[in-house]
Design a protein around this ligand. Structure first.
Ligand SMILES: Nc1ncnc2c1ncn2[C@@H]1O[C@H](COP(=O)(O)OP(=O)(O)OP(=O)(O)O)[C@@H](O)[C@H]1O
Ligand SMILES: [Mg+2]
Length: 227
């Protein structure tokens, strides 16, 4: 099912932080949402998720900070059970073990609360939770920002394999154009609460049209990064 939303917008303290925005995402598409810090990427992500959930579309979300997904008073095991319950799935230790192994958190203690785990482990746990089901859309907001480069690349490889045999579309939110360029086939560039450019990745990298996309593409160091 193609995801189509018209006129997404958001206002905070009387100030528009997301101007009316239309979004179309094809089934299984991999789309990157890039732009400078404060351009409105996370706001668009949250607004999109709320609108889709209100329509009954299934969306999994990896928020920018694990704090948004994890309750400090609840154990990690509790979070996992809640995620399964929300998807109407019976507990499945084999599925859990496979995801934990893939995300390199197998030995971690599920009786601990989030603060008993490192930030990187929390982030990988939240990514694992997002991969329990088969949503129509997976929104990942800076999914690798708390991870070291090697684990970040492994995590993105895992995600590629996960998405390869599903119809789940991906919206990858990042200010890291290098990460997006390697993982998505279409790029949306945000600036000041608006999508200012929308083009296939290779086309945008070769011929960015707007000054914001040109500024992102001008920093060519990203070609040497591992993920
Ligand atoms: N709750 C809020 N109240 C007031 N302003 C907000 C609120 N949330 C976001 N903003 C403002 O909206 C703008 C967009 O913020 P947003 O977090 O969506 O940017 P971003 O592109 O995700 O940035 P980053 O790359 O740093 O994560 C910023 O100017 C921010 O200050
Ligand atoms: Mg953000």
């Amino acid at each position: 099912m193609t995801i189509t939303l018209f006129g997404l917008s958001a206002t905070r303290s009387g100030r528009p932080i997301l101007h009316p925005t239309d979004i179309t995402i094809e089934p299984g598409a991999r789309v990157g949402l890039v732009g400078a810090s404060g351009s409105g990427k996370s706001t668009l992500g949250h607004t999109l998720i709320d609108a889709l959930r209100a329509q009954g579309t299934t969306v999994a979300h990896v928020p920018q900070s694990p704090d948004e997904a994890l309750d400090p008073l609840r154990s990690m095991g509790f979070h996992w059970r809640e995620a399964e319950r929300a998807l109407h799935l019976a507990p499945n230790p084999a599925r859990q073990a496979k995801l934990f192994e893939a995300l390199n958190i197998s030995g971690a203690n599920l009786r601990k609360r989030p603060w008993g785990w490192s930030r990187g482990m929390q982030q990988r746990f939240v990514i694992a939770m997002a991969l329990i089901g088969t949503p129509d859309l997976l929104v990942m907001d800076e999914p690798t920002s708390a991870l070291d480069p090697v684990v970040a690349a492994q995590t993105m490889d895992l995600l590629d394999r996960y998405l390869a045999d599903r119809h789940t579309a991906l919206l990858l939110i990042t200010h890291d154009l290098g990460l997006a360029a390697r993982r998505v086939s279409r790029l949306l560039v945000m600036a000041q609460g608006q999508v200012v450019e929308d083009a296939p990745t290779l086309q945008m990298l070769a011929q960015p049209q707007t000054k914001q996309a040109q500024a992102l593409c001008a920093h060519r160091n990203w070609r040497t990064l591992p993920c």
